[in-house]
Design a protein around this ligand. Sequence first.
Ligand code: SF4
Ligand code: SF4
Length: 241
Amino acid sequence: MYGLGVLKGLSVTLKHFIDTYVDDFKYVYFKGADARKESFLRRQGPEGRGFFTVQYPEEKLTPPENFRFIPFLVTDYDVSKEDAAYNPQESLELGRCTCCGICAKVCPPQCIWMVRATDPTSGKPLSKSAEFYIDIDICMNCGYCAEFCPFDSIKMDHDYELADYERPNGHIHDIKRLTKSVSYYNAIRPTWNAKEVAARQAAEEEKRRKDEEKKRLAAEKATKTPAASVDKPKSAVLKKE
Ligand code: SF4
Ligand code: SF4
């Protein structure tokens, strides 16, 4: 029948419209204003009903764990930048980046570059970065750098509020700006971090097992060697006879 499809479509819209108010009454009107945050979070998930408006920037949608924006560097120095005790030098010292250059190599638009640190006395190159830059205007958020980093050092951030009025400082992120604590990483990507911690522990356990096996074999060899050397003179004596 002509117009039935239109009516069906409008009824779906009407249902969503009514659900919005039902949800508001159920979770906000009866439970009070404190439930607004809880309701806002619930509405973002599969249990959400009806329409809702995000009052940005007062309200923000929680990005899903796999959401990726600009990469950042992980440091094992576990103090937040907002903390008064934060020491930027120590944060860089405990950074995981070894300056291997793999991320820069795999980056499709080539927006990563770095400078290797050197020993101040000998001048020898060290396995860490002294400088590290990402041009965020060129970065296309592909996540290849994070995917290929062998040291779990570079990860994709959730922070998307990066608008700025000037380019050199605001859009080219340096090592200080890029470095963030492992707790921050765990807060935005708990599943990833847990998997990586488990993998590292398993690798350490395997290494320890292999080392112990090597030591055991070496000890066995050492106990066998003297017996052989005792037999040697005997055979030598027999040969002479
Ligand atoms: S791949 Fe990882 S360890 Fe290597 S330079 Fe990039 S961030 Fe540093
Ligand atoms: S996310 Fe992609 S484009 Fe951005 S720095 Fe990493 S590899 Fe390069």
